[in-house]
Design a protein around this ligand. Structure first.
Ligand code: NAD
Length: 490
């Protein structure tokens, strides 16, 4: 991954776009910039406006059109949290930026700082690497019948390979020993199954790093109870969204976690918390989340020495018991400080390393992680059937009769499911049904290839018979293997 922005030498300033955001954003951005500048960061800052004020001007994306130009030029974005207005019509700025710039990897380190920050899990040191663009977050949703809404889950091979390779490369570079993948492929055999399969393929190329897979439910339960067993965790988007908050919460440091959103050409760095309007302007906010996001940024742009110096000074401040109110604990803290005092305390410790917490070492990182995808095999794809989804309020037997009377010679009704459960043939009266029926048509021999013309002919007949179809899904085989799931109970 080349930002095009990597420092050429120790003295060249690197252009970075910043946004001060809303609520506590401006205070913690000021603190962060002060610390990293004192720590040796060489940045040429460009400021853009994002968030509340932009939304209030009627710009639903929360970012001025002209600001994109700065991001495209600098390719590095340090963003303070923003306030997202309530109500429909406003789009999440984070999602917009992630998607527009292809920021496929969300990286969130969640280490324990015990005993200096309270946690039940003192040995925890987890990094969550979440796929950022795909899965249910495509926002492709439809209301299909009176009863049913649908959201499309898209998992792709290149998207999965990119994030999984990133996780292994990250683990190797950071001397981490294990990568865990979590999916629900016992249920979603094709989508989550693909993510798991790509994980196994990529893991085989990294024999120096252990790999394991958990079903997401037990994986989440284990992370919440024995997080010290985990190291680096790679996940599809939705599971990653949930697990990254579980990890940040149990390590006791929502106010101290930073995250990176990495793309092939552009990267965005931020704190994981929001704009905390309840404490804005009071000089009590903890700047650590944005600061640690900025540390990841410095590593990314090749200013590893500054990153290491700032991070170690911050660790020393934490272990010296200089704590903001959100992490202050009279049993371990020495001094409760405000944002400004905390900032000065970190600056005063630049050049020192922690004695109890493990010091960080980034000096060997000079380049961002680069990902190269394996060339893809194009499978032979053949059409062998069609799933026709129908809006129907009567019983399944009446539906099956109407479908059979109106199907064509080469496409027979194979089964009907309701919410995925097979209800025809051989359904049972106890199955609860809604007005949304998936009706599968295939040739008499289910491996026989059919044509799109035959599908159109079938749909025309169904339309003429007043059978309201909502949508269709083609049933393909790929190199002879079915590219579709069976109905539950089929
Ligand atoms: P929040 O994270 O802003 O605050 C939750 C609680 O944590 C509050 O009590 C707050 O005072 C405290 N807190 C958060 N950060 C802190 C810090 N650095 N130091 C000390 N205490 C801190 O979550 P919220 O209240 O649910 O959301 C507020 C706004 O932030 C909302 O508009 C939300 O949409 C937005 N938000 C933005 C981002 C982002 O920009 N990336 C992320 C999450 C939420």
């Amino acid at each position: 991954m080349q930002t095009g922005n990597t420092a050429v030498n120790d003295s060249a300033p690197v252009a970075v776009t910043i946004a001060r955001g809303d609520g506590i954003g401006p205070e913690i951005m000021d603190a962060t910039l002060k610390i990293i500048t004192a720590g040796g960061a060489r940045l040429a800052l460009e400021e853009i406006e994002v968030g509340e004020k932009v939304y209030e001007r009627g710009i639903t994306a929360g970012i001025e059109p002209g600001a994109w130009e700065s991001l495209q030029r600098t390719r590095v974005f340090l963003k303070a949290p923003i306030t997202t207005p309530q109500g429909k019509g406003y789009k999440s700025l984070n999602v917009t930026i992630r998607k527009a710039f292809g920021l496929f990897a969300n990286v969130r380190p969640c280490p324990s700082y015990a005993p200096f920050i309270a946690t039940k899990h003192p040995d925890m040191d987890v990094v969550i690497i979440r796929e950022n663009e795909e899965d249910l977050y495509g926002g492709i949703e439809h209301r299909q019948t009176n009863d049913v809404m649908q959201c499309l889950k898209l998992i792709t091979r290149p998207g999965s390979e990119k994030i999984i390779r990133y996780a292994f490369e990250y683990a190797r570079r950071n001397n981490r020993s294990k990568v865990t993948c979590c999916t629900k492929d016992n249920i979603m055999k094709l989508t989550d199954g693909l993510f798991h399969q790509v994980f196994d393929e990529v893991a085989a190329e990294y024999p120096d790093i252990r790999s394991e897979h958990y079903i997401i439910d037990i994986g989440t339960a284990r992370l919440a109870t024995v997080p010290e067993r985990f190291d680096t965790i790679v996940l599809p988007n939705l599971y990653g969204d949930i697990l990254s908050d579980v990890a940040a919460e149990i390590v006791g440091s929502v106010g101290t976690a930073g995250s990176a959103n990495i793309g092939d050409n552009i990267a965005m760095f931020e704190a994981i918390h929001g704009s905390a309007p309840d404490i804005a302007g009071q000089n009590i906010a903890n700047p650590s989340g944005l600061l640690l996001g900025a540390v990841q940024m410095l590593v990314h742009i090749g200013q590893s020495e500054a990153a290491e110096s700032v991070h170690n000074a911050w660790l020393k401040t934490i272990e010296d018991g200089i704590h903001t109110a959100d992490i202050y604990d009279p049993l371990v803290s020495k001094e409760k400080v405000g944002t400004d005092q905390f900032t000065n305390a970190v600056i005063a410790r630049l050049g020192t390393t922690p004695k109890h917490l493990k010091p960080v070492s980034y000096h060997s990182f000079t380049e961002p992680i680069k990902i190269k995808l394996t060339p893809r095999h194009t499978a032979k794809k053949e059409l062998v059937g069609i799933d026709v989804f129908i809006d129907w309020r009567d019983g399944v037997e009446e539906l099956a009769k109407a479908l059979k009377e109106n199907s064509n010679d080469n496409l027979s009704l194979i089964m009907i499911t309701n919410r995925g459960q097979k209800v025809y043939p051989g359904g049972i009266p106890e199955t609860f049904c809604v007005d949304h029926w998936r009706c599968r048509f295939q040739a008499a021999s289910t491996t026989d290839v059919i044509s799109h013309t035959e599908v159109i002919d079938l749909l025309a007949k169904l339309a003429d018979a007043g059978l309201p179809f909502i949508k269709t899904e083609c049933l393909y085989t790929f190199d002879g293997q079915p590219g579709f799931s069976l109905g539950q109970g089929q």
